[in-house]
Design a protein around this ligand. Structure first.
Ligand code: ATP
Ligand code: MG
Length: 426
């Protein structure tokens, strides 16, 4: 609206000027000449203003030119557009600087790569961790600078759903965890974290548990031995000591099975990611296990349902231990009269090994923590059933070592299903 008023005003001013020039010329008998000269002068003035705009737009840092009428309005508008742009630019630049500064000051390495894997930017930590120097390495392909074969594989596979754990033979030796995310048109942002300490601590914890369990076995064997000997001649022992001795022997046995489980767990942890080269006949393994379980629990109903003879790459002993733990749980947490079913079948691309009971079931709130070491749903039940809470931790480790997933479905009062899902690699 303001523009149109301004346009009208300008048109009015020009019309007035021309009428005034016409009148003046008419009085002097040269009306046409006067109007033509006025028009020429106007044209020259406009040309001059256009030149000023052009000059100003070429070097916007100079002051805005002054002008009257419509020209003044045009100069003002261009000036305010320029100022808004400048403000937006300053704001953006300060955001970019802020982000850059925060990435640069991080203790984790940060590397930005374009879609061809060339380095666009990297921070100081990336120099310490990966040896990338910025700006010297800008534009270089990251694969030329980080030589580890695992890194090449990870980068070329371009599956960034899981982080890469990399052992770098620098001095000192480091363990790195690399997370990558994609953004924009195929650009990538890579975060590199030094996890050497965490890995070392984890290894120390494993070694400690393994060593302590191992060291405790000898004294425990001695104690159990003496207890056995004493109980063998319990008739000759003072009657007051018989019960305590029996309880001591029970607890010693419990400790033995606990140590056995802990040692087995620490062995599994150390071997979790080792190559498995056996092909295990799961159907055969389950038949073998069923025979053993039926012998140990002659009154229980064990159903075996084998629908496939698919063989799994893995270790027979470990898989046997996993299923045996699941079946023992199923028997332990269900009533004498209810059956326990073990099935091995195919579902789509997956192969499912399920152990199904009609026992007490587990409340949903316990499911996420069930596979933690020593986690037991109900401690009051533990004294009755004598478990230690290591069984499912063992199953979880074995599943992970076999690229299998442990699924648990359970309804309180109706029973539970523990399923090992094997997804063969395509
Ligand atoms: P152990 O180390 O001797 O196996 P545990 O059986 O108590 O001891 P886990 O096998 O790890 O330990 O099981 C953890 C807990 O999960 C159990 O204490 C039990 O409460 C619950 N649980 C496991 N399997 C079942 C099941 N089939 N039905 C109901 N609860 C179960
Ligand atoms: Mg158990």
């Amino acid at each position: 609206m303001k523009n149109s008023v301004s346009w009208l005003g300008e048109a009015r001013r020009i019309a007035l000027l021309l009428v005034f020039a016409g009148l003046l010329g008419w009085m002097m008998g040269k009306a046409v000449l006067f109007v033509a000269l006025t028009l020429l002068a106007l044209q020259l003035y406009w040309l001059l203003q256009l030149r000023r705009i052009q000059g100003w737009l070429r070097s916007p840092e100079t002051d805005a030119p002054e002008g009257v009428g419509i020209w003044g309005d045009i100069f003002d508008q261009i000036y305010s557009i320029q100022r808004r742009n400048l403000e937006a630019h300053t704001r953006l630049q300060s955001t970019v600087d802020y982000l850059h500064d925060s990435l640069a000051s991080m203790r984790d390495g940060a590397v930005m790569l374009d879609k061809n894997g060339a380095i666009e930017w990297s921070n100081e930590a990336a120099e310490t961790l990966l040896g990338l120097r910025y700006p010297a390495d800008k534009g270089q392909g990251i694969l030329n600078l980080v030589r580890a074969p695992e890194f090449h594989q990870y980068f070329l596979d371009a599956d960034f759903s899981e982080p890469l754990h990399l052992e770098v033979n620098s001095v000192p030796q480091r363990n790195l965890r690399i997370d990558t995310s994609c953004f924009g048109a195929g650009d990538r942002l890579m975060f590199v974290r030094d996890v050497t300490k965490i890995i070392r601590l984890e290894q120390m914890r494993r070694d400690f548990v393994g060593n302590v369990s191992h060291e405790l076995r000898t004294p425990l064997t001695v104690i159990s031995g003496y207890l056995g000997t004493m109980l063998a001649v319990q008739d000759t022992i003072d009657v007051r000591f018989r019960k305590p001795l029996q309880q001591m022997e029970q607890q010693a046995q419990r400790m033995e099975s606990l140590l056995k489980d802990l040692l087995w767990l620490s062995r599994l942890e150390n071997l979790e990611f080792s190559e498995k080269d056996q092909l295990v006949d799961v159907a055969g393994l389950l038949q073998e296990l069923a025979v053993e379980i039926r012998q140990a629990y002659p009154t229980r109903d064990i159903e075996l349902d084998l629908e496939t003879d698919y063989k799994v790459r893995g270790e027979h002993r470990e898989l046997y231990s996993a299923v045996s733990n699941l079946v023992q749980n199923a028997l332990k947490y269900s009533s004498e009269s209810s059956p326990v079913r073990i099935s091995w079948r195919r579902e789509g691309d997956d192969y499912l090994l399920a152990v199904i009971d009609q026992g007490v079931g587990i409340e949903a709130s316990h499911l996420p923590r069930l596979t933690e070491r020593f986690y037991r749903v109900d401690d009051s039940r533990s004294s009755a059933t004598g478990g230690t809470g290591l069984g499912l931790a063992i199953v979880k480790h074995i599943a992970a070592g076999h690229n299998a997933e442990l699924r648990i479905e359970s309804v309180v009062g109706l029973g539970s299903k523990f399923i090992l899902v094997f997804s063969p690699e395509t």
